[in-house]
Design a protein around this ligand. Structure first.
Ligand SMILES: Cc1cc2nc3c(=O)[nH]c(=O)nc-3n(C[C@H](O)[C@H](O)[C@H](O)COP(=O)(O)O)c2cc1C
Length: 386
């Protein structure tokens, strides 16, 4: 009840992040919010969006404006989607199901990550064609084939492979605060105990209903187990993949294939040459390689190089409907949200994610009317002062 009241008084993404900050152990808030090393890319992701200005056209009837868009054969109610954010099942009880349900009710796609606590089949049931699946390159061919098989069996069409993190980003704050798998320290335990409301909502229900922390599902039996189970070997990122790996996946995966983590035109061209269907211009929200080009600055070059052959999408730093419209005007088909929807989940579960999506919907619609555009398809660079 109290959660609902707070979320109803949240008028923008910053308000929702503030609620999440109050609810979460500080180290977990940092896990969502912060970036790698000096956080240059994390900051520039949002600032480079704000530096682009809109050329407002007036005197245009926008009363019938249309904010829907289509990716592949699937129509979505607006040009945004829920980016993959791993571990959300530990931020909120059954967090992935809540994210999936909010996405489905808003008519936008949800990307389920690997290392998931909710099964792909269950999420497919919730989201239908709006469910996307993300994988990192796998350490073995057997694991890759296992994941592809599960996605195929669940009937997922859009497969996203993240290429920007052959190593985990250098997130020094996590070493300090101790919120890392396998190294929960005294500080982390003290912080968790300082947020009993969060513990009761997010963690205790797993013990009550499932007898312990949730299981990482959709994995082969030998590496499947509950989160934190010492018998389950850690699965460090692979760093021995190359574009040949993507060529092999392209051969084996008949659905749509999207590469996430593209920053430069050359790589988008390679993805197109291999026969991928889309790319997501992304730097992992500034969580991986600090100092790399912010997404919004990278976007136009990628669109110019490969936009006619690929669906070019983008993420990183989007907090307003007008931010989204700028990216669409630069040639993106869809903007993916990472932190914004994760904060919504922490603030009020499914209702919090729905609130974030509702805020984006109203901001997109309002800004589109005021900039003089009648449809997403009509947006182009003439609407921007670059
Ligand atoms: C808590 C959290 C977990 C994430 N986990 C993953 C992941 O498992 N795989 C991945 O490709 N990207 C992951 N990302 C990156 C997002 O998919 C996305 O690229 C980024 O968050 C977009 O930037 P934004 O948060 O500023 O919207 C994660 C981001 C956050 C905030």
């Amino acid at each position: 009840m109290e959660q609902m009241a707070a979320i109803d008084r949240a008028y923008n993404v910053a308000d929702i992040a503030a609620i999440a900050r109050r609810r979460l152990p500080p180290g977990l808030y940092d896990f969502i919010d912060r970036g790698a090393e000096d956080e240059v890319t994390r900051r520039e992701n949002s600032e480079s969006i704000k530096r682009i200005l809109i050329r407002q056209r007036v005197g245009i009837d926008t009363s019938m404006r249309d904010i829907t868009t289509q990716i592949g054969s699937v129509v979505q109610s607006m040009p945004i989607g829920l980016a993959v954010t791993g571990m959300v099942g530990l931020l909120h009880y059954k967090g992935e199901q809540a994210m999936a349900s909010a996405a489905a009710s808003a008519g936008v796609p949800y990307t389920l990550g690997s290392g998931n606590f909710a099964g792909m089949a269950e999420c497919k049931e919730i989201c239908g064609d709006l469910l996307w699946r993300q994988l990192y390159p796998c350490r073995t061919e057997a694991l890759l084939q296992h994941h592809l098989g599960i996605a195929r069996d669940a009937g997922v069409n859009n497969l996203v492979i993240t290429l920007d993190s052959p190593q985990t980003g250098n997130r020094e704050y996590m070493l300090r605060n101790g919120f890392m798998p396998g190294m929960l320290n005294r500080n982390a335990i003290r912080e968790m105990l300082s947020r009993p409301g969060w513990l009761m909502r997010a963690i205790v229900p797993y013990y009550l209903h499932e007898g312990g922390l949730p299981e990482m599902v959709d994995l082969p039996d030998d590496i499947r187990g509950r989160f934190g189970d010492r018998k389950v070997p850690p699965n460090p990122p692979a760093d021995d993949y190359s574009w040949d790996t993507i060529r092999r996946i392209r051969r084996d995966w008949k659905g749509r294939l999207v590469i996430k983590g593209i920053s430069v035109p050359e790589d988008a061209i390679t993805a197109a040459d291999i026969g991928c269907d889309g790319v997501i211009v992304s730097n992992h929200g500034g969580r991986s390689l600090d100092g790399c080009i912010p997404s919004m600055s990278a976007l136009p070059g990628v669109v110019d190089a490969a936009g006619s052959r690929l669906d070019v999408m983008v993420d990183g730093g989007f907090t307003r409907g007008s931010d989204v419209l700028k990216a669409i005007a630069l040639g993106a088909k869809c903007v993916w949200l990472g932190r914004a929807t994760t904060f919504g989940l922490v603030a009020a579960g499914q209702a919090g994610v729905e609130r974030v999506l509702e805020i984006f919907r109203s901001e997109i619609s309002r800004a589109m009317a005021m900039m003089g555009a009648t449809s997403v398809a009509e947006l182009n660079r003439d609407f921007l002062q670059l």
